[in-house]
Design a protein around this ligand. Structure first.
Ligand code: HEM
Length: 145
């Protein structure tokens, strides 16, 4: 029961995360090349990207341990990983998404240390962009609404 609610929240929240990260990356590229200053709007947008992706990580972790995939993994063990679909849900998707969120967090911390606007946009654009690519690479597209 809880599993279905968490899965639905995780599915919809994924849209928000992907949309906001895409906006941040496009905004950083345009701003870097136009040479404009990093303003409060840019700071808020990057902070929202950081918070939204961390919330998705938390929802994902709860989903992982409540999902039927995990129950099967627990019962069947490593043999389950010979199947591409269960490997995606049990190993690839969670691990790659954790790496993606590490990149996003790094981008946030590194941009804070810079005073120059162009360098701030570069740190945000590059690390959030890498995070977005990682995240898109391991989405279970076939089952997503
Ligand atoms: C920002 C990072 C993430 C994004 C954008 C994301 C996105 C998605 C999407 C779109 C689905 C398909 C949902 C559906 O079939 O309706 C999914 C499934 C799933 N995600 Fe994530 N996810 C993220 C992070 C994580 C993390 C960190 C974990 C675990 C530690 C996780 C665990 C799962 C599991 C277990 C499923 C399969 C649910 C099931 O069908 O039983 N996700 N995720």
């Amino acid at each position: 029961m809880y599993y279905n609610i968490i899965k639905t929240v995780h599915s919809y929240w994924a849209f928000l995360v992907i949309i906001i990260l895409t906006l941040i990356v496009i905004n950083s590229i345009i701003a870097k090349f136009s040479g404009r200053a990093f303003n409060t709007k840019d700071l808020r947008l990057s902070l929202f990207g950081l918070i939204f992706s961390h919330i998705q990580l938390l929802i994902g972790l709860i989903l992982y341990f409540t999902s039927p995939w995990f129950k099967q993994f627990y019962q069947i063990g490593m043999d389950l990983l010979k199947n591409a679909e269960s490997r995606l849900y049990l190993i690839e998707h969670p691990l790659i998404n954790i790496v993606a969120i590490i990149f996003i967090t790094l981008g946030w911390s590194l941009h804070r240390r810079q005073l120059d606007s162009s360098k701030k946009f570069l740190r945000i654009g590059m690390f959030y962009g890498l995070g977005l690519i990682f995240l898109l690479s391991r989405i279970p597209w076939d089952s997503w609404i």
